[in-house]
Design a protein around this ligand. Structure first.
Ligand code: CUA
Length: 160
């Protein structure tokens, strides 16, 4: 009897150790993810009138401006594409994207990054990202937005 009891106790301790180990492991993983992925959670910058996106304000003139060592990109996600169709930035400099839609809901996912915005008409989403490697990054719409959804792409060219 005594022997069985001790065996069970040892077994329980092993499980406790295993659970503690898992806990530490997940904490390390989560901390690591926050460190590498932190800061690119899209924020809602402001609300605007979706019917005026094409005619008034920054989004009627989609563009990338460079000021104070950083880029600011005003992007229109529309059915079916992005304006500007191509964005060019230099690597290692922060880029703040402001994205909105004049029509329906779209996605703004930049491949090989963790930029992933749900673009909602009437809202301006904001996200800041620094590209570390040069290359061409596609912008992909990952929200179903109509018949042309699968052809909705944009392009970000990151120069050395
Ligand atoms: Cu835009 Cu799908």
């Amino acid at each position: 009897m005594e022997k069985n009891h001790r065996a069970i106790e040892t077994f329980e301790r092993l499980w406790l150790l295993f659970v503690l180990g898992m806990l530490v492991f997940f904490l390390v993983v989560i901390t690591g993810m926050l460190r590498t992925h932190g800061g690119t959670v899209p924020e809602r910058a402001e609300r605007i009138d979706a019917t005026k996106v094409r005619t008034e304000g920054n989004f009627a003139n989609p563009r990338v401006v460079f000021e104070g060592g950083r880029y600011i990109a005003y992007v229109q996600a529309f059915a079916y594409g992005y304006l500007p169709a191509e964005i060019t930035v230099k690597k290692g400099l922060p880029v703040t994207f402001y994205v909105t839609s004049p029509d329906v809901q779209h996605g703004f996912y930049v491949e090989n990054t963790n930029i992933n915005i749900q673009v909602i008409p009437g809202q301006v989403a904001q996200v800041t990202y620094t590209f570390k490697r040069p290359g061409v990054y596609r912008i992909i719409c990952n929200e179903y937005c109509g018949l042309g959804h699968q052809n909705m792409f944009g392009k970000i060219r990151v120069e050395d």
